[in-house]
Design a protein around this ligand. Structure first.
Ligand code: SIN
Ligand code: FE2
Length: 194
């Protein structure tokens, strides 16, 4: 479900919260198990953070770059995720992990499934800020056809239930600077990882 503009009322509180997270755990480019450096830069907040390196994908309680716990999930993040999930029919969503992705012009995210979480009963809640993106939403096999969903500043996407493990990705971002965020797109995805 695409909730157009659902995050807009939260933006004034989200921006300083993102700045706080970045101060403790900066965005960085991680390496996939296959040895590729991701074009998207990432960080996390919450009890668990998603990471990747040559050994694989996993959730960690500690930021591997700082050796310290990931920043606490700001209350406004939690509230936004919980309320968006409820709007999409998933009551009582209590995310313990939030992955923040920063896209610059040209950054992309290859088709993948979100499947490093313990529980698939809970949805994924994805918030888009800044430059627009074309989100690809596919099937249960990488080769299945995809639909293209334009995502703008403030849009929230929720997928769960039978759609929880659908392949998804982001096409290369075009440079069309955004009034508030300039030449970047920030996306955060909330998950119940443990
Ligand atoms: C993701 O799948 O982790 C991010 C999706 C997005 O950036 O819209
Ligand atoms: Fe994903």
């Amino acid at each position: 479900m695409v909730l157009r503009g659902f995050a807009l009322p939260y933006v004034p509180d989200l921006m300083p919260a993102i700045a706080g997270i970045e101060t403790t755990s900066p965005f960085r480019h991680m390496v996939t198990p296959g040895g590729f450096t991701m074009s998207v830069a990432l960080t996390n907040c919450g009890a668990l953070g998603w990471t990747t390196d040559r050994r694989g994908y996993r959730y960690t309680t500690v930021d591997p770059d700082t050796g310290k716990p990931w920043p606490v999930m700001p209350e406004v993040f939690f509230r936004l995720a919980n309320e968006a999930a409820a709007e999409a029919g998933f009551d009582d969503f209590e995310p313990d992990a939030c992955l923040l992705n920063r896209y610059l012009p040209g950054s992309r995210l290859a088709l993948h499934q979100d499947k490093n979480e313990q529980a698939y009963e809970t949805p994924i809640v994805s918030v888009s800020l800044g430059m627009r993106a074309t989100f690809l939403f596919g099937g249960h096999a990488r080769t299945a056809p995809t639909i293209k969903v334009p995502l703008h500043h403030g849009d929230v996407v929720v997928w769960g239930g039978a759609d929880r493990l659908r392949y998804h990705g982001v096409m290369p971002i075009k440079d069309a600077p955004h009034a508030l965020l300039g030449s970047q797109r920030i996306n955060f995805t909330f998950r119940k990882a443990a």
